[in-house]
Design a protein around this ligand. Structure first.
Ligand code: ADP
Ligand code: MG
Length: 366
């Protein structure tokens, strides 16, 4: 099996957003201390300390964040690995800022536009392969999955999640738009984001309660070698706000939304606990929510996965910040099994070729 040992564990990066102007004017205190040299984050005046793969303080620019935590993952796509990036944290902690939309100015652009540019720079410089790239964009809201790229009224954009006989998740009818440039890809990111705006009365309220899943599918075919092909899926997930509905005092529809989000994020938390070894359970409860069904391959499956845990440094967010750090700490212990996505026949040919080479070397050695 082709597996990069260093990519086996789910990587976790914690990112702390700066205090916002209103927090500074209200006199909020910064309760976090960062020790970047040992990737540790501590809660001031307490013995709570957490260590992650990366800890990025309030001064970390978008550029540095991408170069440190994400860039190397994008290059794995072209080796045929699936890659997933999940942004987790309470509303207002910096998930969307980190993932990025297509609207921002150059310095402030987040992960998605940077990764898209890197992908097409690679594609345009690589003359030995033919590439077939498509994008999809889904929104999971109250356990209902919507296709954000279908040019239809929202109520006709509902998708179903199914499993094929091998247990792989399939989404029949999901729009997959072919793309040949970074700008076209980012147009679809804009189009999908607009779909979220028009689909509800309050975009901010909705975006903090739904999960957004932008996917880039890459098929690579070596020119002059039809047997040499690889595929890779790149999932970029901006999760719903992780705050507990209890805290917001929500009732009615808003409360139901809170419960449904909790259903997805709670199920995700359970999956993370079982996979990370914190909970003794013989089966992994992916079927408990649509979010965990969709992310089945990203946690404990065939993917190189990065979780970005976004936290606020403000004192009034202490409970949510500790809860996010605990969640992320459990995720850190998960082992995935990333393997190169190749046609099984091609994999067998490669195995036999290696064997032939090995036997030749043994013959020469004799
Ligand atoms: P979320 O998506 O988690 O609800 P946002 O990404 O919308 O949160 O961030 C909330 C606010 O904080 C926004 O105004 C955003 O610009 C700002 N912000 C978040 N992270 C950072 C950061 N690392 N640096 C500067 N501003 C940030
Ligand atoms: Mg957001």
């Amino acid at each position: 099996m082709n597996s990069d040992k260093e990519n086996d564990s789910v990587q976790v990066a914690v990112r702390i957003r700066p205090l916002v102007v209103s927090e500074i004017s209200r006199g909020c205190q910064d309760i976090l201390e960062v020790f970047t040299d040992i990737n540790q984050i501590r809660i001031k005046d307490s013995d709570k300390a957490f260590t992650f793969n990366h800890v990025c303080d309030t001064l970390t620019s978008q550029d540095t964040f991408y170069d440190t935590c994400v860039k190397h993952l994008v290059s794995n796509l072209f080796k045929g690995y699936n890659v997933t990036i999940l942004a987790y944290g309470q509303t207002g902690s910096g998930k969307t800022y980190s993932m990025g939309t297509a609207y921002e100015d150059n310095e402030q652009i987040g992960i998605i536009p940077r990764a898209v540019h890197d992908i097409f720079n690679y594609v345009n410089d690589n003359f030995s392969c033919d590439f077939n790239i498509t994008v999809s964009f889904m929104e999971l809201y109250q356990e209902t999955l919507y296709d954000l790229l279908a040019s239809k009224p929202r109520e006709q954009c509902v998708l179903e999640i199914r499993e094929d006989p091998k247990g792989l998740i399939v989404i029949p009818g999901l729009t997959a738009e072919p793309v040949t440039s970074a700008s076209k890809t980012l147009e679809y990111l804009c189009k999908g984001s607009r779909g979220r705006v028009t689909g509800c009365t309050n975009m901010n309220a909705q975006s903090s309660r739904s999960h957004a899943i932008f996917t880039i599918n890459i098929c690579m075919q070596q020119k002059n070698d039809s047997a040499n092909n690889k595929t890779a899926k790149f999932y970029l997930v901006d999760l719903a706000g992780s705050e507990r509905s209890k805290k917001t005092g929500a009732t009615g529809v808003v409360f139901r939304e809170g419960v449904n989000i909790n259903k997805g994020l709670l199920a995700l938390g359970n999956v993370i606990s079982v996979l990370g070894g914190d909970k003794q359970q013989s089966y992994i409860c992916y079927r408990d929510s649509n979010l965990t069904r969709l992310l089945k391959d990203s946690l404990g499956g065939n993917s190189i996965t990065l979780m970005i845990a976004c936290v606020s440094p403000a004192d009034y967010n202490l409970d949510e910040t500790i809860s996010t750090l605990r969640y992320a700490d459990r995720a850190r212990k998960i082992k995935n099994k990333p393997v190169v996505n190749q046609d099984p026949k091609v994999a067998e040919i490669n195995r036999l070729n290696k064997l032939v080479t090995q036997l030749r070397l043994e013959l020469i050695g004799q």
